[in-house]
Design a binder for this molecule. Structure first.
Ligand code: SAM
Length: 406
């Protein structure tokens, strides 16, 4: 059964707390409203007089859930309980297709319930960055929700290219599209790794005109060994390494314009101690009027003295990120657990998203994530003073994402 975002919040709230009052606070929290703001807006109910608009809305949802047999009155006055039918219908709610609905709104962003393909109609050519981790080629259903992912490699590639063909419409001139993709073993093979990522990269250039700006790698050192040929489950020989890396692919429709927009000075990392002392040595020579010469790396590349004698505030970071995934004890994880919602099974680490937002955008720019998941992109953009839009087809992930903002 397809529940709306509000219906689902009210049903979850009743399951946990059993009262209408608690449902008021959960709906208020979803909308980012304080208790008094939630009560302030009134609606005229004729002979019943003026009532709080939102409290009235929660009560109408409650009676709808009741008439559909999902909740019923409990033994105590004012108590509500979720029925067997309501509980058995707890599988994640996928968007039924068609129009997107507003999920929740924050100071700087808006999350939609529905396919992210629709975002470009609402924000055409407005985004300086589209950061997205679309469903991976896992050859099996993704998490508990997340839509239907093609099991065959070619079909999966077609599916992702079709999604990206909509997302490119979001890109402002000079905008960047950054995709985090992971590839898995082909089901039923002898442990052959899928080349879906490479196939997607070629198609994005050939079909959509997207140019690869740079390829980078994210390693999650905490990712355990997985896959039959790594762990030796089901009698498979243990003959594969632990897969801890994923691709982070940076594309643009116009590399020249993107070069004008991007600044590595926004993502500098601390100098190594060796490098710092080299700068100090060169600066001393300069201030005492001695010449500073170009030096060469062991491979023979020239390090121009003019640049290498200056402290530029930090070192240019490499195209390799070593970041552990979000902990099961993070603030978000605790909040979704307390709210009875599923913890998103495939979150990007905040540090990774922060990095790309700082590199590719400036304060006040708009960032989009068309597969919003647990809302890391939105939370990161908001904290960095950027605007954001997102969409996800799984209602409970969106509800969980809303908890990142309060
Ligand atoms: C890998 S997860 C993204 C995780 C996210 N980056 C985060 O850090 O939480 C992919 C998400 O895409 C969503 N999804 C799948 N197909 C979609 C579509 N067509 N439009 C919007 N969301 C979609 C799934 O529900 C899932 O939450």
């Amino acid at each position: 059964m397809q529940l709306s975002l509000f219906e689902s919040v009210v049903l979850n709230s009743i399951e946990r707390n059993g009262s209408t009052r608690a449902a008021y606070s959960d709906v208020a929290a979803l909308m980012g409203l304080g208790e008094s703001e939630f009560r302030a807006e009134k609606v005229d109910l004729g002979k019943w007089g003026l009532r709080s608009k939102w409290e009235h809305r929660v009560r109408s949802i409650q009676s709808r859930l009741r008439s559909r047999g999902l909740i019923e009155r409990g033994n105590r006055t004012g108590e509500w309980v979720v029925t067997q039918k309501g509980r058995s219908d707890k599988s994640l709610s996928q968007h039924a297709g068609g129009e997107m609905k507003v999920g929740f709104v924050t100071k700087k962003g808006m999350a939609f319930f529905g396919p992210g393909e629709g975002l470009a109609d609402l924000f055409p050519e407005e985004c300086s960055l589209v950061f997205c981790s679309p469903p991976y080629f896992t050859a099996r259903p993704y998490g508990h929700g997340g839509g239907t992912i093609a099991a065959a490699e070619q079909e999966y590639v077609d599916q992702i290219v079709r999604m990206v063909s909509h997302w490119v419409g979001l890109l402002a001139p000079g905008g960047s599209l950054v995709l985090n993709l992971g590839a898995h073993t082909i089901a039923g093979s002898h442990g052959e790794q899928s080349m879906s990522t490479e196939m997607i990269m070629l198609r994005l250039r050939q079909d959509l005109g997207l140019r690869l700006v740079q390829r980078s790698v994210w390693r999650n050192p905490a990712r355990p060994p997985t896959g039959a040929f790594t762990t030796g489950v089901k009698g498979a020989p243990k003959c594969r390494l632990k897969n801890q890396v994923e691709d982070v692919l940076w594309f643009s429709l116009d590399v020249e314009k993107t070069n004008q927009k991007v600044r590595t000075s926004r993502v500098l990392v601390p100098y190594s101690s060796v490098y710092k002392s080299e700068i100090e040595r060169k600066q001393k020579r300069k201030s005492s009027g001695q010449a500073v010469f170009d030096t060469r790396t062991p491979s023979g590349q020239s390090k121009a003295a003019s640049t290498y004698a200056e402290d530029l505030g930090g070192s240019i970071p490499p195209n390799y990120f070593e970041i552990t995934h979000e902990s099961a004890y993070s603030d978000y994880s605790k909040k979704v657990k307390a709210a009875g919602l599923p913890r998103h099974p495939a979150m990007c680490p905040k540090e990774l998203v922060d990095f790309w937002i700082r590199l590719c955008t400036e304060e006040g720019d708009l960032v989009a994530d068309p597969c919003f998941g647990s809302g890391v992109t939105g939370a990161s953009a908001e904290a960095l003073n950027r605007y954001w839009v997102g969409a996800d087809i799984t209602l409970e992930y969106l509800q969980g994402a809303s908890l990142r903002f309060h």
